[in-house]
Design a protein around this ligand. Sequence first.
Ligand SMILES: N[C@@H](CCC(=O)N[C@@H](CS)C(=O)NCC(=O)O)C(=O)O
Length: 214
Amino acid sequence: MALTFYFGSGSPFAWKVWLVLEHKAIPHTATRLSFDNDDTKSPDFLKVNPRGRVPAIVDDGFALYESNAICEYLEEKYPQNPLLPKDVQARAIIRRLIAEADNYLYAAGSALMEQTLYVSPSERSPARIEEAKAKVRAELPFWANSLKGDFFADRLSLADFAIYPYMRIPVRVEERVPGQGIKREELPANIAAWMKRIEALPYFERTIPPHWKA
Ligand SMILES: N[C@@H](CCC(=O)N[C@@H](CS)C(=O)NCC(=O)O)C(=O)O
């Protein structure tokens, strides 16, 4: 039985899982849930994730939610094209980076989204937007210093897939509301080059949030 992947367009948590599914070429059915229609709160979906959030998967009858748990499960269940190294300390550092991305990088980016994309233009406060942008900018040197050459580990890993969607958020804000996000040119040069490297992966295109392409 194929794996069902539940996602919402634009969810950075779902994006990281999608990148893992594609990287490992795991056959799956991608089922898009609409936030506007409250699909994530339907009785059927609540059986998959009682918290009513995406991503979630059902793999041969096994339901799992929480993006990081899903990525680790996929890595163990489908060992092809590994995304975690064998070395225990190298794995630990990748997990630490993922936790830091969740706790600090996503937190900064989501605060910026809240001040820009989630409010009407008349409700936008230039001061609060600048404050949120400053928090994103304050994160950037850490991530620039954490790159180990081409990727965040010796080779492409779960860390890259966890960090990419979060790093993309402030750039997306700039695309949607010019002047209120972070321009690509403003990113540290090695981070901008790393983003291009992820975007050049042969399957990347398939994972772009569908509503961005519409
Ligand atoms: N910690 C969760 C976060 C999942 C999450 O917050 N997903 C959001 C979309 S980005 C969601 O489904 N929200 C639906 C809702 O709150 O109704 C994970 O890593 O999977």
